[in-house]
Write a protein that binds this ligand. Structure first.
Ligand code: FES
Length: 324
């Protein structure tokens, strides 16, 4: 694994225990049990696994716990190996390299939050809901699971503070987002925010349906941990990138990424997932039109073309000038 430009923290796995069927909750601490870098609700870390696998996991521990991170990992046997490695190979006492927390999913300003979690998507949502509770903003949380046994972080959701605002939807009983939209969404609030995390199809259906009944696309906030939009080499064209601070211009061939070319020329480039999912490489665009391939920015942010992920996104224009 190339860890250039990756600011890593070494932690020890101090406990692993189940949190609903097929989910494991990992606790991570510094070797000296010191204070870990702070994070806001919605933040995630990258976990560097062997064979160069990097995975993003939301920090889902209670905010008061300053010397322990918690991540909850769903075992997905169809995945490319990250969750399998976490479930089968990581043991208590083992050391792991992680990134500093990064937050692409902070609470936006709103008068009421409508939280939606699908499956393991509950991990950032529970922390965001606790944050909303702590700052006194009204919310509802709808948590969809395939079966009630799969509920993760049940203890946290069952606390007195949250219990009246949390609604479980058990897919095995036919209670799914597809079957019925919760009535709270028909209470369209100009200053409300719909905040969702879950499978891509779950979030697409939620956004499409909410927009059909009158919500605005910019009221929808989501986080994805898979990127179906990555383009293959066959689809790529070449273009040029100019570094604004020096005026140097570099050609990006079809088989190169902007990040590869710039770091090859000695420029410092922050990288982590290299798949458009973590936000580490978001770079300000001064001119030119990016061809966005990330899932970090919302559709609305992508339309503005203010930032782009240089690990995977490309260009629709011949030249991009980047604020580097
Ligand atoms: S390195 Fe993760 S989005 Fe670019």
């Amino acid at each position: 694994m190339d860890l250039r430009n990756k600011e890593c923290i070494e932690v020890v796995v101090t406990s692993i225990f189940p949190s609903g069927q097929d989910n494991l909750l990992f606790e991570l601490q510094l070797p000296d049990q010191g204070i870990l870098p702070p994070y806001e609700a919605g933040a995630h870390i990258d976990v560097y696994l062997k064979n160069g696998i990097v995975r993003q996991y939301s920090l889902c521990g209670p905010s008061f716990n300053k010397n322990c991170y918690q991540i909850c990992v769903l075992l997905n046997n169809k995945s490319s190996g990250g969750s399998i490695a976490m479930h089968k190979e990581i043991k208590v006492g083992q050391r792991l390299s992680i990134s500093r927390p990064r937050n692409n999913f902070a609470l936006p300003p709103a008068e009421k939050y409508f939280f939606f979690a699908g499956g393991i998507g509950i991990t950032p949502i529970v922390v965001l809901a606790e944050a909303a509770y702590n700052i006194g903003i009204d919310f509802e949380l709808h948590y969809y699971v395939a079966h009630i046994d799969k509920k993760a972080l049940s203890g946290r959701l069952n606390t007195l503070e949250l219990e009246k605002k949390v609604f479980f939807h058990d897919g095995s009983l036919g209670d799914t987002l597809l079957s019925e939209l919760p009535c709270c969404l028909y209470d369209i609030r100009q200053k409300g925010a719909i905040i969702a995390c879950g499978p891509n199809g779950f979030m697409k259906h939620l956004k499409d349906t909410a927009c059909k009944i009158g919500w605005q696309p910019e009221q929808f906030y989501s986080e994805q941990f898979s990127n179906d939009g990555l383009i293959t080499n066959a689809e790529k064209g070449s273009f040029a990138v100019q570094v604004a601070s020096t005026g140097e211009t570099f050609q990006i061939n079809h088989d190169q990424t902007i990040a590869q070319v710039l770091s090859g020329k000695g420029l410092k480039v922050d990288l982590s997932c290299e798949q458009g999912m973590c936000g580490a490489c978001l770079t300000k665009v001064i001119s030119g039109v990016p061809d966005h391939c990330d899932v970090v920015q919302s559709d609305e942010e992508k339309e503005l073309n203010n930032y782009m992920t240089i690990c995977c996104s490309r260009a629709k224009s011949d030249l991009l000038v980047l604020d580097l």
